[in-house]
Design a protein around this ligand. Structure first.
Ligand code: FEO
Length: 169
């Protein structure tokens, strides 16, 4: 028995695609920073990629629990060229803002359908997005302040604060 509408299952399947898309983008950014010998930035984005995978899997589990069929859409190729470190972090912030809007749209859909089970499930993501946007905003500020010639300062910042700068999957 499917406990939520097909429309909502379809929308969540789309969101699984968005989360995997974010995962691929962060993997691409992490690889870029590894290539630039900036290991703390590389590790930070590798952790972000792992979190996105966990987000995708939470949605996958939900579709299964709700009795729906998991249909993962095609995932677009990530951006892989970043002339400046700032470009990669700005792209990440833009991506988190986009995902926040996507999650808000899902909440709206659930509320309009009086689907309180899905609405309740989505609240974890609402909270998570607040944290993800905020930590990425912090990192962007640090990267901008350091400047492209002083990215080792960003590395020091992440080595010091890295444990705290996370979203928690
Ligand atoms: Fe899963 Fe960073 O949004």
């Amino acid at each position: 028995m499917q406990i939520t509408s097909q429309k909502i299952i379809d929308a969540i399947n789309e969101q699984i695609g968005h989360e995997y898309s974010a995962m691929l983008q962060y993997t691409s950014i992490s690889a870029h920073f590894t290539g630039e010998t900036l290991p703390e930035l590389a590790a930070y984005f590798a952790r972000q990629a792992e979190e996105e995978k966990q987000h995708a899997l939470k949605f996958v589990d939900y579709v299964v629990d709700a009795g729906g069929k998991v249909v993962i859409p095609a995932i677009p190729a990530p951006v892989y060229e970043f002339p400046k470190a700032e470009d990669a972090v700005q792209l990440s912030l833009d991506q988190e803002v986009k995902v926040t809007h996507q999650v808000n749209d899902l909440v709206k859909l659930a509320k309009e359908a009086n689907d309180y089970i899905t609405d309740n499930f989505l609240q974890w993501f609402v909270q998570e997005q607040l944290e993800e946007v905020s930590t990425m905003q912090d990192l962007l500020s640090v990267v901008k302040r350091a400047g492209e010639d002083n990215l080792l300062r960003v590395e020091e910042y992440l080595a010091r604060e890295g444990g705290k700068v996370h979203g928690g999957a």
